[in-house]
Write a protein that binds this ligand. Structure first.
Ligand code: ADP
Ligand code: MG
Length: 367
């Protein structure tokens, strides 16, 4: 088990990691989601020992490793830009860490060869051992980078945006493979990414990092269904966020009139998932327990398995509606079409003026 307690690090007086505490369990896939500049790389560098924190401690299995040099931590680090040796073959790149590590280097060449071959099998690089690094694709470089780290049998493997340079197709495939590789080795992965679908798909647990602070730590489905703050809801990129105010128990934004449930009196923002609203004719009155707003169709985007429709609300904000094509045929709208977008009040999330989610109780019998 690895524990980070109250870690802080700043550059030129500007905080990059602020009072961050976290437990990383054994044999766990932990993902960290944060936008660019939120401190992801800084955090990994602290954990790896490439930088020292100004405050806080890092311990690994009960041992304080805060000041321990990198090579004695027993951690692996797959860096953002691969950092491969261009003048070496794939096999030599993978063997490098094994031959040259400070603690128990492997000098028996037959043993090195055997382990390199096994690792190349595991990450899907069979038959490419003699290629030079310049002669393989981006996806293959990523695999070499992973293999050369995993071959040293780290207790915890840090991965800095490992799929960032891959195209969408390959990224999806590697997502599954990374999970399988991790499971077969039983090693802990600490995977940081700026991509919300990657973070949601990969991990057993997820951390959301915002300006150097961990703003939510929970299983991915919980972060997705119950984001703790408006900013988390924005990062998971699945919610329309509307800003307004409550008057006489009703949240008002443009022509939306949404009766707030118990506990929602301080609502300043609401969030509605892209895949929740249904399309209704303009002017339709919502049934009990339903909310809705009038919106003007702008454009749609075909995304393979789903379609995203973009509308403009009366309040002037863009409102997205997503349809999975496995569940329905695509709708056709013309630019300027006006629709009512309706959804159950019970599927709405409520946030106060600080952006913190309010715990609300829906009246019994509400849809
Ligand atoms: P991320 O990996 O999430 O994109 P980083 O950890 O690289 O973010 O950076 C976090 C913040 O710290 C940013 O504002 C960045 O500009 C700053 N920063 C990172 N490394 C350095 C450095 N070596 N010197 C000065 N500022 C840095
Ligand atoms: Mg980074």
């Amino acid at each position: 088990m690895m524990e980070l307690r109250g870690l802080s690090k700043s550059y030129d007086g500007r905080s990059a990691i602020a009072d961050l505490s976290l437990r990383v369990e054994d044999d766990e896939y932990l993902t960290l989601l944060g936008p660019s500049g939120s401190g992801k790389t800084t955090l990994l560098r602290l954990v790896a020992g490439l930088d020292l924190p100004e405050h806080g401690r890092i311990s690994l299995n009960g041992q304080d490793i805060t000041a321990l040099p990198t090579y004695r931590r027993g951690l692996g680090f797959v860096q953002q830009n691969y950092a491969l040796f261009p003048h070496m073959s794939v096999a030599d790149n993978i063997a490098f860490g094994l031959r040259n590590r400070v603690e128990s280097p492997v000098s028996d060449e037959q043993e090195v060869e055997r382990r390199v071959a096994a690792m190349m099998d595991l990450v899907g690089l069979q038959g490419l051992g003699n290629r030079m690094v310049g002669q393989i694709s981006g996806g293959q470089k990523q695999r070499v980078s992973l293999a050369r780290t995993l071959i040293t049998e780290p207790k915890v493997c840090l991965l800095d945006e490992p799929l960032g340079a891959l195209d969408a197709n390959l990224r999806e495939r590697m997502t599954v493979e990374l999970r399988n590789i991790r499971q077969s080795l039983g090693v802990t992965f600490f995977h940081v990414t700026g991509n919300e679908s990657e973070a949601l798909a990969m991990g057993d647990r997820m951390i959301v990092l915002d300006e150097g602070r961990a703003i939510q730590v929970a299983p991915p489905d919980e972060i997705f269904d119950r984001p703790a703050t408006v900013r988390v809801a924005k990062f998971v990129n699945s919610y329309n966020i509307l800003e307004g105010g409550v008057t006489d128990g009703v949240f008002v934004c443009g022509d939306l009139r949404l009766p707030v449930p118990d506990g929602g009196a301080d609502t300043r923002y609401i969030a509605v998932r892209y895949d929740t609203p249904s399309f209704e004719a303009e002017g339709t009155d919502g049934a009990a327990g339903q909310a809705g707003l009038t919106a003007t169709f702008l454009t749609s985007e075909f995304m393979g398995s789903r379609v995203v429709y973009f509308f403009r609300s009366e309040a002037g904000t863009v409102f997205e509606v997503e349809r999975h094509l496995s569940r329905s045929d695509p709708e056709t709208f013309t630019g300027g079409d006006r629709k009512r977008l309706g959804w159950p009040v019970s599927e709405t999330l409520f946030f106060d003026g600080n952006g913190d989610r309010l715990v609300v109780t829906h009246a019994r019998g509400a849809a």
